[in-house]
Unconditional design. Structure first.
Lengths: 191, 125
């Protein structure tokens, strides 16, 4: 009971001393209080929902990816429209080693004729491809840093005479088609 | 707004008309006889036709550089023919159902050769 009285007494004193403060000081104190409250709120929310450093790292990677994509798109639009090859002996535009790598990294599409061409040397893949109405499960275009070559391919799967099969066809991507908007793999050498 | 819609419709009509004019039988007789057919992906076939099918001697050129010169049967590569790959490699020999089937020689662009019997595109060791 005595303690309670003491506490209430102290509170009363601080209340009175607050009242004695001038108006600008009170307002400043209020402002600082609000700012601290906001910071604390964000700190708590960030701890609950935020990803901190992980998010920053992710954003950096995304920014780098966008910058790289922009660079590649600029390069693609500077290429002549038509067939681009990585080998000599044709009238088509010959890609330099540097351009070959860049075009490979920018290419995502593989048109039907390139798939049909690769299937000449893979009869099983051709069978599954035609049985399933020319359906492709997956296509890929990858730059191999070790071999300094571009590889492209596709995966076909389906039921062939009662047997479920999945076949991956891949080979060196030696020519591309530049449409002015994008590039496509034009020739997969799988022999 | 109406003008814009009209312009879009008119442009698509012109584009489809132009596309239709550039594909199909472009020269000769593509039913029975000798004619040139252009497909929508710019693949062309020039040669003999029987009952609207590629049949006899002909040349099929794919836009990505594959060229087949030889015999066709029921629209498929069948008989004796030569296929030129885009990189300069070739296969010359027998074909059946659109595949290397029978005796033939595969020549890589660097001159290396493989001669023998082929079955469905695979070399028989």
């Amino acid at each position: 009971m005595v303690n309670k009285k003491k506490v209430f007494g102290k509170m009363e004193v601080s209340k009175n001393s607050f009242k004695t403060l001038s108006e600008p000081v009170k307002q400043f104190g209020g402002l600082v209080g609000i700012i601290i409250l906001i910071f604390l709120t964000f700190f708590v929310l960030n701890n609950i929902f935020g990803e901190g450093d992980e998010l920053v790292a992710k954003m950096k990677i995304e920014e780098e990816r966008i910058a790289q994509e922009r660079k590649l798109n600029k390069l693609i639009s500077s290429l002549p429209s038509g067939v681009l090859v990585s080998f000599d002996g044709t009238d088509n535009f010959r890609l330099s080693d540097e351009l070959y790598e860049a075009v490979c990294k920018a290419t995502k599409l593989i048109p039907q004729r390139a798939i049909m061409g690769a299937n000449f040397l893979n009869f099983r893949a051709h069978e599954i491809y035609t049985i399933n109405g020319n359906k492709i499960d997956e296509t890929f275009v990858k730059w191999d840093d070790e071999k300094n070559k571009c590889f492209a391919g596709f995966v076909v799967s389906g039921n062939n005479v009662g047997v479920d099969e999945t076949i991956k066809v891949s080979g060196e991507a030696l020519s591309f088609l530049s449409t002015g908007i994008d590039t496509r793999v034009y020739f997969i050498k799988n022999f | 707004m109406k003008k814009l819609i009209f312009f879009i419709l008119f442009s698509s009509l012109i584009t489809s008309l132009a596309s239709a004019r550039s594909t199909g039988c472009k020269e000769g007789n593509c039913d029975n006889g000798y004619g040139k057919w252009v497909y929508t992906d710019k693949t062309t076939y020039e040669g003999e036709w029987v009952a609207t099918k590629k049949h006899g001697q002909g040349t099929e050129t794919w836009p990505n550089g594959y060229i087949y010169k030889g015999q066709f049967k029921e629209s498929q590569w069948n008989g004796i023919g030569i296929l030129f790959f885009p990189d300069g490699s070739t296969y010359e020999g027998e074909w059946a159902n659109g595949f290397m089937n029978g005796e033939g020689t595969f020549t890589w662009s660097d001159g290396k050769q493989k001669k023998g019997i082929w079955k469905n595109g695979s070399f028989q060791e």
